[in-house]
Ligand binder design. Structure first.
Ligand code: NAP
Length: 251
């Protein structure tokens, strides 16, 4: 048996246009899964990469801030591509400002996409997995700020602590239905999300000095973690948050 074979499965990956989401979608496709990429703008580069693996790719352009439409978009997506077996809640946003200046709109924008949409998309997908008795997989992208406070990112830290907690809650309630729910907590990865930190020489040096592995993570560093959590190899693993951080949290 190939423990990591995803042939015949379909995975919905949010935020698949760029960064970690594109790498996660490609890893799942290389293991045999068909991919639905969801994002607020089109993702031609992701489509090209997935199609090159020989798998099917379906694009869903949808703004996750429209939380009350999630149930409908999942219904429409399943009517188009068939049942979903794997959900990767990867889409996320970050707003940076000091505590004394932080604005309410930056709190709401981040909490809506990173936490509220994550929960209600999981609910909409899980309802359908339960109805058909599927062995489903839900994988949430958390952060090292699911464990630490960080600086200048209050809503991001709140949302990612929430992602870890809601991952455990979903795991508890969905385990009896054969659905596992886990999270991956990436460390400092080279994507658009961290560009502002990498172009600031002082901040870049501070971060690198604290990473035991001595380098920024690359999107591909998450590939084996997502394959493990998406595949039959992890059927007794649920409610865990797996750090892929070059040792940051151990320090
Ligand atoms: P990124 O390149 O900025 O990707 C974020 C993705 O989310 C984009 O593809 C974006 O697509 C999508 N997105 C944002 N708002 C959306 C909305 N309202 N509706 C639909 N899609 C939306 O950043 P990334 O680093 O790959 O981040 C991916 C995940 O990893 C996030 O949850 C982030 O918090 C987490 N993370 C990143 C790091 C890191 O160091 N990079 C570390 C820990 C955790 P569109 O713009 O096309 O909508």
């Amino acid at each position: 048996m190939n423990w990591f074979d995803l042939s015949g499965r379909t995975a919905l990956v949010t935020g698949a246009r760029s960064g970690l989401g594109r790498a996660l979608a490609c890893a799942l496709a290389e293991a045999g899964a068909d991919i639905v990429g969801l994002g607020s703008t089109p993702m031609p580069a992701t489509a090209k990469q997935i199609l090159a693996t020989g798998r099917r790719f379906t694009e869903v352009v949808f703004d996750l801030a429209r939380v009350s439409d999630l149930e409908e978009i999942v219904g429409e997506t399943q009517a188009d591509v068939g049942p979903l077996d794997i959900l990767v809640n990867n889409a996320g946003v970050i707003r940076r400002a000091p505590v004394l200046d932080f604005q309410e709109e930056d709190w709401d924008a981040v909490m809506t996409v990173n936490l509220k949409a994550m929960f209600f998309l999981s609910q909409a997908v899980a309802r359908r997995m339960v109805a058909r008795g599927a062995e489903g997989r839900i994988i949430n992208i958390a952060s090292i700020l699911s464990f630490q406070g960080g600086i200048r990112v209050p809503s991001y830290t709140a949302s990612k602590h929430g992602v870890a907690g809601v991952t455990r809650l979903l795991a508890n309630e969905l385990a009896p239905h054969g659905i596992t729910v886990n999270a991956i907590a990436p460390g400092y990865m080279e994507t658009d999300n961290t560009e502002a930190l990498r172009v600031d020489p002082a901040r870049n040096r501070q971060i690198l000095d604290r990473i035991p592995a001595g380098r920024w993570g690359r999107p591909e560093d998450l590939a084996t973690a997502v394959l493990f959590l998406a595949s039959p190899a992890s059927s007794y693993v649920t409610g865990s948050v797996v750090a892929v951080d070059g040792g940051w949290l151990a320090r």
